[in-house]
Write a protein that binds this ligand. Structure first.
Ligand SMILES: Cc1cc2nc3c(=O)[nH]c(=O)nc-3n(C[C@H](O)[C@H](O)[C@H](O)COP(=O)(O)OP(=O)(O)OC[C@H]3O[C@@H](n4cnc5c(N)ncnc54)[C@H](O)[C@@H]3O)c2cc1C
Length: 468
């Protein structure tokens, strides 16, 4: 099999030959040089070209478009930003509602573009189900989360509680205690979106160079092995790979997320599960699980992966038996009849976490730098907003996109909060994750006494507080 097909189920499913475009061989001058052909880079190029067709834009991609998280993710297009509650906390109720509406519109904006540009990426807006399905504490924490959402200004139309009977109409899991449902999430085939976007921006006149890693960059110039690009604007759009392009690494912690996909399941299996509208689903543990039913009737299911000392990127995503087994166990708890099902694909990818888990869209006009990131595992939709916002910032617009609390206009990179040095990052990350895994293990065991359950949840909650 072509090595690039092993990147993910999604890349394996593509009909195209996955041939890299020509690399950059000679120096060029452009207005905007984008580093990285994932969603962030491509959406930025797209919105720039649609509004200012005369701009000369080049994208430098180390491997091929979609090689990063954009060709590997779980395919949830979320109408939100990670940690938006904290970002919106200082706004008035009216401003907050306007920002929330902007976020909720993200999946619809993605749909508008894919329809307009003819990108077939299995887009389905079936909403999302966050279910309490493994232990009773999940119901309590999800209900508390729902109350929080209402306090922030969300309505019942945005998020509502599904009792077990109502949940069963959408998703049948064993031991259901209930779920939160929100209509503001769509599912897609991620690689079809990123590869489709690459074709669209090329059609609009963007020069896309593949097999062209940027070695270093500074204001007005990006250097590659064979050539350099002189430009007015540099847009580093490498998210989880930031550690390889100093000084970006200080602001992005590269962590991994890992997924598995089953073989296509028969109609009889799906009758017992549901998800007939393309809903995304997750269960309410702190291990961050996420799943979807693909257009060809597979179950794709993922959970948080690890962090490597010094922010070293993981290159080899052939998952171990233990990594696959953990994910099989997690979905097997929800769907016991799938415990023995054949897993045909397993993979993972690197993504970027910003300090205090704050996504950001930054523009340093003096240095000609614009970047968007820190999506923290929720970047499929957020990168669309990021691309739109960076385009507006570069074009000097002041509008509803640029007036948001996650936008840092006219600010240097150093104004973002950086991560502390090692070994603090490694110790901190692993202590937090261990507390989450421990909590999950204790709570999922019905024999655990109440005091142990309290202790495990208290500790995990305390550790989670450190992340913010
Ligand atoms: C396994 C996994 C599951 C996920 N699931 C979801 C989900 O369901 N929903 C959701 O909202 N988010 C999800 N995410 C997060 C989401 O996929 C990312 O936030 C998003 O794709 C980031 O897009 P990006 O363009 O910023 O970065 P990427 O897609 O990572 O693109 C960066 C690109 O830069 C290139 N590059 C790196 N270094 C260089 C260099 N030096 N020179 C040139 N090019 C370079 C890389 O090859 C890559 O193509 C998931 C992430 C992972 C890893």
């Amino acid at each position: 099999m072509h090595a690039l097909r092993t990147i993910s189920l999604w890349m394996d499913q593509l009909d195209e030959p996955l041939q890299a475009r020509p690399a950059l061989q000679q120096d060029i001058d452009v207005d905007v040089c984008i580093i990285g052909a994932g969603y962030t880079g491509l959406w930025t190029a797209y919105y720039l070209k649609r509004q200012a067709p005369h701009l000369r834009i080049a994208i430098l991609e180390a491997r091929i478009a979609g090689f990063g998280a954009s060709g590997r993710n779980g395919g949830w297009v979320m109408g939100n930003l990670l940690g938006e509650d904290r970002l919106l906390a200082t706004l008035s109720a009216r401003q907050r509602r306007e920002s929330i509406d902007l976020l909720h519109d993200i999946p619809d904006e993605v749909q508008r573009v894919v329809l307009q540009e003819g990108i077939d990426c299995d887009y389905r807006k079936g909403g999302v189900i966050y279910c309490a399905a493994r232990y009773p504490e999940q119901e309590r924490s999800l209900r508390a989360y729902l109350d929080d959402l209402y306090r922030q200004g969300m309505s019942e139309d945005d998020y509502h509680w599904l009792r077990p009977e109502a949940l069963a109409g959408q998703l049948q899991v064993s031991n259901a205690y209930g779920a939160i449902f929100s209509p503001h999430v769509a599912t897609i085939q991620p690689a079809r979106l990123v590869r489709g976007l690459a074709r669209v921006v090329e059609r609009l006149g963007v020069a896309l160079y593949e097999n062209t890693p940027a070695h270093d960059w500074h204001s007005g110039e990006v250097r590659c092995a064979q050539a350099k690009v002189r430009c007015q604007w540099v847009v580093p759009a490498v998210e989880g790979y930031a550690a390889s392009l100093p000084p970006l690494g200080r602001y992005q912690l590269p962590v991994q997320s890992l997924l598995v996909a089953t073989e296509p399941l028969p109609a009889s299996a799906w009758e017992r599960i549901g998800l007939s509208q393309g809903q995304a689903f997750s269960e309410g543990s702190r291990q961050v699980t996420y799943g979807q039913r693909t257009a060809d009737d597979r179950l794709v299911f993922g959970a948080r992966g690890g962090y490597r000392f010094g922010g070293r990127l993981r290159e080899d995503f052939h998952l171990s038996e233990t990594e696959i087994g953990l994910r099989r166990d997690l979905f097997g708890d929800l769907f016991p009849h799938l415990k023995q099902v054949r897993i045909t694909h397993s993979w993972g990818g690197n993504l970027g976490m910003a300090r205090r888990f704050r996504p950001h869209m930054l523009c340093d006009r003096q240095r000609g730098l614009a970047l968007s990131g820190g999506y923290g595992g929720e970047g499929v939709g957020a990168s669309n907003l990021g691309g739109r916002t960076l385009a507006a910032l570069i074009l000097g617009q002041q509008n509803h996109l640029t007036a948001q609390p996650w936008v840092h206009d006219n600010r240097p990179l150093s104004s973002l909060a950086g991560w502390p040095p090692e070994p603090c990052r490694w110790l901190g990350y692993n202590a937090i994750i261990c507390s989450f895994v421990h909590e999950d293990r204790v709570l999922a065991d019905p024999a655990s006494p109440a005091w142990r359950r309290h202790l495990a949840s208290g500790l995990a909650g305390f550790m989670e507080g450190f992340m913010h």
